[in-house]
Design a protein around this ligand. Structure first.
Ligand code: FEO
Length: 179
């Protein structure tokens, strides 16, 4: 049986992951409306990935005899200054998520819930990859420059990254991996 403190802390993380999914959905929709179909595609895939992160935690709490809470969510921002602005915000958000997972891990160890701490290792590793990917995207956006040709090439690169990301999710089981 999961302790009340760990249950509460994981439920807060469920809310953060679902909110991440909504934030990226809003960014994807903005990119789709503003002439960045490749970036939109990448962000739509990221939306799905965050939902998987949320679902894994829902199943985890319920499997441990707790109660997963499905939260109300604030509406995300709908407008952005530019594509670099979108990805600066993605990086800032992922750094926030990494910090929240570290805090959650600390709660689990304080409560001597080593089963949950062990489960969270997956999220800790995932965050290294998430931050690194977004930093690399920001570097590439900078290299591509602000002229139309560079932006066009960058958007094609996004489309390729989205396809690779979707394939990796399918290989790892996608939504099935959460059951
Ligand atoms: Fe699930 Fe990108 O944090």
């Amino acid at each position: 049986m999961i302790s009340k403190n760990v249950e509460k802390a994981i439920n807060e993380q469920i809310k953060r992951e679902e909110h991440s999914s909504r934030i990226y959905l809003s960014m994807a929709s903005w990119a789709e409306r503003n002439g960045y179909p490749g970036a939109a595609n990448w962000l739509y895939v990221q939306t799905e990935e965050e939902r998987i992160h949320m679902l894994k935690l829902v199943h985890y709490i319920n499997d441990r005899g707790g109660t997963a809470v499905i939260p109300a969510l604030d509406a995300p921002d709908a407008t952005f200054k530019s594509l670099p602005d979108v990805f600066q915000q993605v990086l800032k958000h992922e750094e926030y998520i990494s910090a929240s997972i570290n805090d959650l891990y600390a709660t689990c160890t304080k409560e001597k819930d080593f089963t949950s701490a062990n489960y969270l290792q997956w999220y800790i590793t995932e965050q290294i990859e998430e931050e690194s990917t977004v930093r690399s995207i920001l570097d590439q956006i900078k290299l591509a420059g602000s002229d139309k040709g560079g932006q066009f090439m960058m958007d094609k690169e996004f489309a390729a990254m989205a396809t690779a990301k979707r394939a990796a999710m399918a290989i790892s089981g996608g939504a099935n991996a959460v059951t």
